[in-house]
Design a protein around this ligand. Structure first.
Ligand code: GUN
Length: 294
C-alpha cells in the first residue's frame, strides 16, 4: 500500500492567508480595517488558548481585534447587553462568542442576540437556516475549513459515502448538511453518527471519507475504517502526560493505528485546527467587504 497523504491545514491555511492579503489591502484603501470582537466568558484554559490563537492571527495580518473577558458569574442578560453594544460598534465586522458558555446560560439566547451580519462563526439560527436551505451566508468555520482542505487536495465528495461522527451544532450537524448539498464539494451521501447510533463500526467502515468530531481521544482506530478511507480528525483533546506542559494535544483518531490503512489523514495538531482560524479570518473579511458594497 502507498503511504498515506498528510492533509496539512498548516500549508493550506497559509495559502488562504496569502489570498486574503489583496482583499485586506482593498479594504484598507477604503479606510476599513476588518475587526473582530472575541468574547470569552469564564476561565476555561482551552477556550483561552483558542481565542488567543485566533486573535494572534488577526494581529499578524494587521487586522483589528479586541478580546472582552467576562467572569464566569456574568449573567445571560449582561452578556446579551454586551453583544448588543458590539452589534452597533462599527470597529467590529465580526463577533465571536467562544463556546462553551457557563452552564447557567442558554447558548441559543446568546447566539440569537448576535447580528447575523456580524455572525462570523455562522451559529445564528438565521445563518444555519440559510445554510440548510442551500444558500449559505456565513458558514461555520470548522466545516468550511474541512471543505476547503478537501478541495485543496482534490478529494472528491460527489457520490461518496461520508460518515460524520458527532452531531454538534458547531461541527457535525452543519458539516452533514453542507456535504449533502447539491454543490461541489458536496453531493455526498452523508451519515451522521452520534451517541445513540447502533453498530457504528459497520457504518464507519462503509465510509469513503470519515469525519470524526467526538472530542474523545482514541475513539477511532483502524478497526473503524476500511482500506483507503480518508480520515478527517476534528478533535483537539488535551491528555495529561509527563511533559513540561503537563499535557499534549491529540485528536479523536488513534493516528498510529489508522496511518497504515488510510489513504489520507489530517494530523493533530496542524490539520483542521489551522483551517478553522483561517476561515474565521476569511468570514470576518467577507463581513467587512459587505459593508463596503453598501
Ligand atoms: N468552541 C469550539 N469551537 C468553536 C468555534 O469554532 N467557535 C466558537 N465561538 N466557539 C467554539
Amino acid at each position: 500500500m502507498t503511504e498515506a497523504q498528510l492533509l496539512s491545514g498548516k500549508t493550506v491555511s497559509e495559502s488562504v492567508y496569502k489570498s486574503l492579503i489583496p482583499r485586506i489591502s482593498d479594504l484598507k484603501e477604503n479606510s476599513i480595517t476588518p475587526g473582530l470582537a472575541a468574547v470569552l466568558v469564564g476561565d476555561d484554559p482551552a477556550s483561552n488558548v483558542y481565542v488567543r490563537n485566533k486573535t494572534k492571527r488577526f494581529e499578524k495580518l494587521g487586522l483589528f481585534t479586541d478580546t472582552i473577558k467576562l467572569s464566569s458569574d456574568t449573567t445571560e442578560d449582561e452578556l446579551i447587553k454586551l453583544i448588543e453594544q458590539l452589534n452597533v460598534d462599527n470597529r467590529f465586522h465580526g463577533i465571536l462568542v467562544q463556546l462553551p458558555l457557563p452552564k447557567a446560560m442558554d447558548n441559543q439566547n446568546v447566539l440569537l442576540a448576535i447580528n447575523p451580519k456580524k455572525d462570523v462563526d455562522g451559529f445564528h439560527p438565521v445563518n444555519l437556516g440559510l445554510l440548510t436551505a442551500g444558500t449559505p451566508s456565513f458558514i461555520p468555520c470548522t466545516p468550511k475549513g474541512i471543505l476547503r482542505l478537501l478541495e485543496h487536495y482534490n478529494i472528491e465528495t460527489d457520490g461518496k459515502n461520508v460518515v460524520i461522527v458527532g452531531r454538534s451544532n458547531i461541527v457535525g450537524r452543519p458539516m452533514s448538511i453542507l456535504l449533502s448539498l447539491k454543490r461541489n464539494p458536496g453531493n455526498a451521501t452523508v451519515t451522521l453518527c452520534h451517541t445513540h447510533t447502533q453498530n457504528q463500526k459497520d457504518i464507519t467502515r462503509s465510509a469513503d471519507i470519515l469525519i470524526s468530531a467526538t472530542g474523545i481521544p482514541g475513539s477511532i482506530s483502524d478497526q473503524d475504517i476500511s482500506n483507503d478511507t480518508v480520515v478527517i480528525d476534528v478533535g483537539i483533546n488535551r491528555v495529561e502526560d509527563d511533559s513540561e506542559k503537563g499535557y499534549s494535544i491529540v485528536g479523536d483518531v488513534d493516528y498510529n493505528s489508522v496511518i497504515h490503512k488510510t489513504s489520507a489523514i489530517t494530523p493533530v495538531p496542524g490539520g483542521v485546527g489551522p483551517m478553522t482560524i483561517a476561515m474565521l479570518v476569511e468570514n470576518t473579511i467577507e463581513a467587512a467587504e459587505s459593508t463596503l458594497s453598501k
